[in-house]
Design a protein around this ligand. Structure first.
Ligand SMILES: [Ca+2]
Length: 239
């Protein structure tokens, strides 16, 4: 094989390997859909406590700028709920509930119920989970705002994050690197805060980045292949 052809082949392989080694990114707000539940790696549902079985939502909700999942259209099963502002502008219901453009909102429910956004790992590997819970509920007309407890847990185990949001402006950030097997779950939970349910919800922004474990090896292979390609003799211009 001529050097030029070989060099081209190596660079092509590098391009393919580079694509293979790239990270996959999962964003529940960008991925939000009413088409199905589960929706790819995302499931929308509720739990009776921080640990316990997930009950998938079966009903849709909709508003002027929002769409969502819930267990029923009838109280008290209309909460918990998981909603999404699909519009490109801030949603303000005029009663204190404000959801940023493209934002998600996890509402707790009566009787201590939790909203649960679940991520199921599509592949075994290393995952970086970064995000923040925030208050979406302003004080309004003497109402102080949502009072909720928030958690992130793996496989329904002891949460690696526990936090409280007790007033507008509170935020609970998290950043965690996890090794997950295919089918392992990460639950993002919002509950009523242990003080009863009254307009209790929180915003959630999170991005999960999956980096295949082979990425490190690919990086080495890419560097070596790139060096080889660079070292191959180039055609000398005619004198
Ligand atoms: Ca509460």
């Amino acid at each position: 094989m001529k050097a030029k052809t070989l060099r081209t082949a190596i660079w092509a392989i590098c391009a393919i390997l580079s694509f293979t080694a790239s990270a996959s990114v999962y964003d529940p707000a960008a991925d939000f859909s009413l088409d199905s539940n589960p929706n790819g790696p995302w499931s929308y549902g509720s739990k009776g406590a921080v640990t316990g079985a997930l009950t998938l939502f079966t009903e849709h909700s909709s508003g002027s700028q929002t769409e969502g999942w819930r267990g029923s259209s009838t109280w008290p099963d209309s909460y918990p709920a998981i909603q999404h502002n699909w519009s490109g502008v801030v949603f303000d219901d005029g009663g204190g509930w404000v959801v940023p453009p493209g934002g998600m909102d996890l509402a707790a429910g009566p009787y201590g119920k939790y909203a649960d956004l679940r991520f199921t790992a599509p592949l075994s590997g290393t995952y970086d989970i970064v995000g923040v819970f925030t208050s979406n509920m302003h004080s309004y007309g003497g109402f102080a705002g949502a009072t909720v407890d928030v958690h992130v847990q793996v496989n329904d185990g002891t949460p690696f994050l526990d936090g409280l949001i007790l007033r507008y402006g509170d935020a609970v950030p998290f950043s965690q690197r996890l090794t997950l097997g295919k089918g392992d779950t990460v639950d993002f939970l919002v509950g009523p805060g242990g003080n009863g349910f009254l307009a209790d919800s929180a915003g959630l922004q999170t991005v999960i980045t999956a980096v295949p474990e082979s990425a490190t090896a690919w990086t080495g292979a890419l560097a070596a292949a790139g060096m080889v390609a660079g070292l191959l003799p180039r055609k000398t211009p005619r004198q």
